[in-house]
Write a protein that binds this ligand. Structure first.
Ligand code: APR
Length: 234
């Protein structure tokens, strides 16, 4: 039986890299091709909603051609087979964790497969391209739908819930994230302060590397299944 009861996992773009979804800050990452001020802020959406829609439409469409990899599957396996609690907090807006079988998860930066109406405030599942001339299916107001994505300058979702889980964590795993974007980058310090064992699994040391008690470097599709296997046997 594992020595840990409450496990909190934070994932970032690196967990989906081997599925063919671009990371953000690697050499050929999303922010090397786009200026985030043009596509990922509320001001960008006000200035040029079409450009923002085009950016997210392309990323949403791309999800139908990618598949969960061994890291997503190992994380889902941990949730199924661990005798205690496993909460997955992801910064990723793709749907690969849920397609791999994870259920107890929080999309803190939103979801590509949802849109939200700025008129009625409701979020809804959305699989097709979004445009400015579409009426909200719920309140019927025209032109208020936006990607259900947390943009720079906006507050991530589920923060109260996440901090409650971190306060009760006895194992905190950070997988595939550069540790550059707050508040997620601060979770390791919270978990540590709560007495959790902290482990970084990433291709390379992240910005927050020094906060982790244990570090495992390599491709997520290789190191995460091995780590999960060891943890379940411990
Ligand atoms: N296996 C493990 N880690 C990998 C792999 C891989 N195959 N490939 C890349 N990585 C690592 C990189 O070394 C890097 O440290 O994943 C990390 C990805 O970092 P970022 O691109 O910065 O992505 P992330 O940390 O998720 O970014 C956080 O920033 O702009 C945003 O909102 C966006 O949610 C995102 C947030």
């Amino acid at each position: 039986m594992s020595p840990f009861h409450n496990i909190v996992i934070l994932t970032g773009a690196g967990v989906s890299a081997e599925s063919g979804v671009s990371t953000f800050r690697d050499q050929d990452g999303v922010w090397a091709k786009y200026d985030l001020n043009d596509v990922a802020t509320p001001e960008a959406f006000q200035r040029n909603p079409k450009r923002v829609h085009d950016f997210y439409n392309q990323r949403r469409a791309n999800l139908s051609s990618v598949h969960p990899n061994k890291a997503h599957k190992a994380i889902a396996r941990l949730e199924t087979e661990h005798s205690g609690n496993v909460v997955l907090v992801t910064q990723n807006v793709d749907n690969l964790h849920e397609r791999a079988g994870s259920t107890n998860m929080l999309h803190m930066h939103g979801e590509l497969m949802k849109v939200r109406c700025d008129a009625c405030g409701q979020a809804l599942e959305w699989g097709i391209d979004l445009a400015t001339d579409i009426a909200c299916p719920l309140c019927e107001n025209m032109g208020f739908l936006r990607p259900h994505i947390v943009w720079f300058g906006e507050m991530p979702f589920y923060m109260d819930q996440i901090y409650r889980h971190l306060a009760e964590a006895d194992l905190f795993l950070s997988i595939g994230t550069s540790g550059t974007v707050y508040p997620a980058a601060g979770f390791v310090a919270e978990a540590r302060a709560a007495g959790a064992h902290t482990v970084e699994l990433n291709l390379e040391p992240s910005e927050g590397e020094s906060y982790f008690a244990e570090k495992i470097y390599g491709a997520a599709g290789t190191i995460v299944p091995t780590y999960v296997e060891t943890l379940l046997k411990a």
